[in-house]
Design a protein around this ligand. Structure first.
Ligand code: SF4
Ligand code: SF4
Length: 114
């Protein structure tokens, strides 16, 4: 599989992150850093630099906040976009075997609803 076909990505949910920095310390490639901006809870959420992720999952396993980090091994696998009311914008969607026929936002993990 060529590099262009396998494009890992990490997504950190802005409002779920408590800014503890554990994932920043854990990433072996220094790909995560604290945002200068605050979320609505007054924390500086962690941000991904945008490239270089190997999908090793170390950040995911270091995070104490359920749902704050998602690691996608093959980000390009999801090419369909839909409007997510929760995020207020167009995001890639994915499906879950446990919820046949439903689509979920790759940004916030919530179900895409009409
Ligand atoms: S999955 Fe691994 S390489 Fe990617 S951001 Fe997390 S710790 Fe870093
Ligand atoms: S470990 Fe989780 S809560 Fe802590 S900074 Fe990283 S994403 Fe945020």
């Amino acid at each position: 599989m060529s590099k262009s076909e396998k494009n890992p990505k990490v997504i950190i949910r802005w409002e779920e992150c408590k800014g503890c920095g554990l994932c920043i310390e854990a990433c072996p490639f220094d790909l995560l850093y604290p945002s200068e901006d605050f979320n609505s809870h007054g924390y500086h959420p962690t941000v991904y630099v945008g490239e270089g992720c190997t999908a090793c999952g170390t950040c995911f396993y270091s995070c104490p906040e359920p749902g704050a980090i998602s690691v996608y091994k093959i980000w390009d696998e999801w090419t369909e976009f839909a409007y997510c009311k929760n995020c207020g914008g167009e995001y890639k969607v994915f499906t879950r075997e446990t919820h046949p026929g439903k689509q979920f936002c790759t940004n916030c993990q919530e179900e895409i609803t009409e």
